[in-house]
Design a protein around this ligand. Structure first.
Ligand code: PRX
Length: 635
């Protein structure tokens, strides 16, 4: 029996049992059999969820790029590593082999070195989904620099906050990007962000849309000529198992974004292992994850997990709606994709379009379908199953988080029978528990509570960059001794998990994690706004949409409401990005507050969701009368 590749349900249970009974031995066998090391570890795992401190494979030395690139060269040198499908369908796909990828990463790594970047330095990457994005992550990893990718839909303010938080010395960007029929001036956004980033010494600019852009002398450099001049070989830096690999920011319910820090060995092993099992990956497969590398899904399951397995991974620059809503299916047909991994929000949007857009394509290459990022509703699940999978492809509903580095709860295709809307069973090495509000473990099945994990898995984030105390408070304090996910879940009669959604003030909109506090802060900067509260409400396509309750200052009372709404959304676009825009804005005379002054979001959520019959007890509010006024003027 191989721990590394589970093929049927009985084997899953055996492997799972072993992973729980002797986790150290379990992961050690996988580490030994499937990866290359410069030096073996002293200790497989040491951990303390009180401190918290977690170390996997301490004492080992390696470089993740040797595992993702060099070791494949003898047997897979001419195999496609990255299959790039551009925004423009007539643009021609690029097949980048493992040998070419190795060379491009080495050249890029040398460029970084020539620019003074070394081990431990932070490099911010703000690029569209072009091959240079994958090269730049791997080039950083090659020399031990810590990459911090910022999704290229974030605004200049969001970008500068993230650059400054981790003190990045360099930014890698492009002259612009394509998004369907539009182009976006990425470099302009970087220029604006850098006005507030004194620590950035250099900017590398990839050419993508060939427009005239401002290049700041001494700071900005075109990437291509530097790559051409650089040596095509670059020795991999020797990294300790627990050396940082990357930082990736995620929203919290309060305060600024959290820079989740992932380290090298555990992240590599876990993403490779879960990729292999959850997608039942085989050598000849063409795997496509439609996420953006700006999110954790892209880090783990476009770049590191697939490449560590020597897979062919599709990188798609475009959007599902361009040139029409059949684009995903056209790409599946064109490249004979075998595994397809996307978000429920995309499925819901595509399910609304004509079936003809699906049926005109041959999707028979597909073997496995996946979803991630938010709960999938039953209707979307069936549409995906019937029309994309032709009822032949298991759907893996994978539950995980930026913080977890890899999938934690998911079916294993052909082993775990799937059940619509259920992420089903924990993957090997993952020990979930449900807790009640008082911190008691809920035993047995048919129960629901707060989802915690009681034992470390290899790819758990090790800290929040620069703020270990916040890491402890956010994840390890609500239920001492446990990692708290922030999600609620139920466990059915056979032990399957279904994620029911966030239990904190994070709202998942179109699969994107948005904290209420940063959005409220952005709105409150509008000169006419006194105070605001944001809540989520159900939305057909996005899963959740945002509803803003806004109290105006006196100077705003006479202003045109429609203009004010536009300005408020513009404030959000400027501070965070268009993904955080509000669907509904209601101007209110006050917000329901407790006697201690806390906004009662529970009531606002009900109002926004039109669940007016069930508001609960409002009599303890400081200002109960305001609730009726808000309901009367509801949007
Ligand atoms: O609420 C859960 C939801 O997305 C959150 C994590 O968001 P993020 O860190 O951006 O990572 C998304 C990609 C891994 C979780 O706390 N979530 C993620 N996957 C699922 C999900 N909710 C339900 N079902 C899922 N499969």
């Amino acid at each position: 029996m191989s721990n590394y590749h589970i093929k049927h349900l009985e084997e899953y249970f055996q492997v799972y049992r072993k992973s729980v009974q002797d986790p150290k031995r379990f992961w050690e066998e996988i580490a030994e059999e499937h990866f290359v090391w410069k030096k073996k570890w002293n200790e497989v795992l040491s951990w303390d969820f009180e401190k918290p401190e977690i170390k996997w494979f301490d004492g080992a030395q390696l470089n993740i790029t040797e595992n993702c690139l060099d070791r494949h060269l003898p047997s897979r040198g001419n195999k496609t590593a990255i299959l790039f499908e551009p925004n423009d369908p007539s643009g021609g796909a690029q097949h980048i082999t493992y040998r070419e990828l190795h060379e491009r990463v080495c050249r890029f790594a040398n460029v970084l070195k020539n620019q003074g970047i070394g081990k431990g330095d932070r490099v911010c990457i703000y690029l569209p989904m072009i091959p240079e994005l994958a090269f730049s992550l791997l080039a950083c990893a090659r020399i031990g620099a810590i990459h911090s990718v910022v999704f290229a839909g974030f605004s200049a303010t969001a970008l500068s906050t993230r650059i400054n938080d981790c003190d990045a010395k360099m930014v890698i960007t492009s002259d612009g990007s394509y998004r369907g029929a539009k182009t976006i001036d990425l470099k302009g956004i970087v220029d604006e962000a850098l006005q507030d980033c004194p620590g950035v010494q250099s900017v590398l600019v990839a050419k993508r849309i060939n427009t005239d852009i401002h290049m700041e002398a001494g700071r900005d450099h075109w990437l291509q000529p530097l790559l051409e001049e650089a040596y095509a070989d670059c020795a991999a830096e020797i990294m300790e198992a627990e050396d940082p690999l990357f930082i990736l920011y995620t929203s919290g319910s309060t305060g600024k974004p959290k820079g989740m820090l992932h380290t090298t060995a555990g992240y590599m092993i876990y993403t490779a292992y879960t990729f292999k099992n959850v997608f039942q990956y085989r050598e000849e497969d063409i795997y496509w994850c439609s996420a953006d590398i700006g999110w954790i899904t892209g880090h783990s399951y476009i770049v590191y997990g697939p490449l560590a397995n020597g897979a062919t991974t599709v990188m798609f620059e475009g959007v599902p709606s361009y040139p029409d809503f059949g684009r995903f299916w056209e790409v599946v047909e064109k490249h004979k994709v075998t595994q397809f991994y996307t978000a429920p929000t995309a499925i819901r949007a595509l399910a609304k379009e004509s079936l003809d857009l699906v049926e005109r394509h041959d999707l028979s290459s597909l073997k496995i379908l996946g979803t991630v990022g938010e709960p999938i509703n039953e209707e979307a699940w069936h549409w995906y199953n019937d029309h994309i999978g032709n009822k032949q492809c298991p759907i893996v509903d994978t539950w995980w988080q930026t913080e977890t580095g890899g999938m934690l709860i998911s079916p294993i295709p052909f082993s775990t029978p799937t059940k619509p809307t259920y992420a089903t069973l924990p993957l090997p090495g993952v020990q979930p528990v449900l807790m009640d509000e008082h911190g008691k473990i809920l035993k047995g099945n048919q129960t629901d509570g707060r989802l915690c994990i009681q034992f470390p898995w290899p790819s758990i984030a090790r800290t929040i960059w620069g703020n270990h105390q916040r890491y402890k408070e956010t994840y390890f304090s609500a239920f001492p001794g446990m990692y708290f996910t922030g999600d609620g879940a139920l466990r059915d009669e056979v032990g399957y998990y279904r994620i029911t959604g966030r239990v904190d003030d994070v709202i998942i909109v179109s699969g994107h994690n948005l904290g209420t506090a940063p959005i409220e802060d952005a709105i409150n900067e509008h000169p006419a706004v006194a105070e605001s509260a944001i809540v989520g409400f159900p939305h057909d396509i996005k899963g959740n949409a945002l509803y803003g309750f806004v109290i105006l200052k006196e100077n705003g009372e006479d202003r045109d409401r429609d203009n004010l709404k536009k300005e408020i959304n513009q404030m959000i676009t400027d501070h965070i990005g268009p993904i955080a825009k509000l669907d509904k804005i209601q101007f209110v005379p006050g917000l329901p507050k407790t006697r201690s002054g806390k906004i009662m979001r529970r009531i606002l959520r009900k109002i926004a969701s039109n669940e007016l019959g069930n508001l609960g007890d409002t009599s303890t509010l400081l200002n109960p009368e305001v609730v009726d006024q808000i309901i009367e003027e509801r949007q």
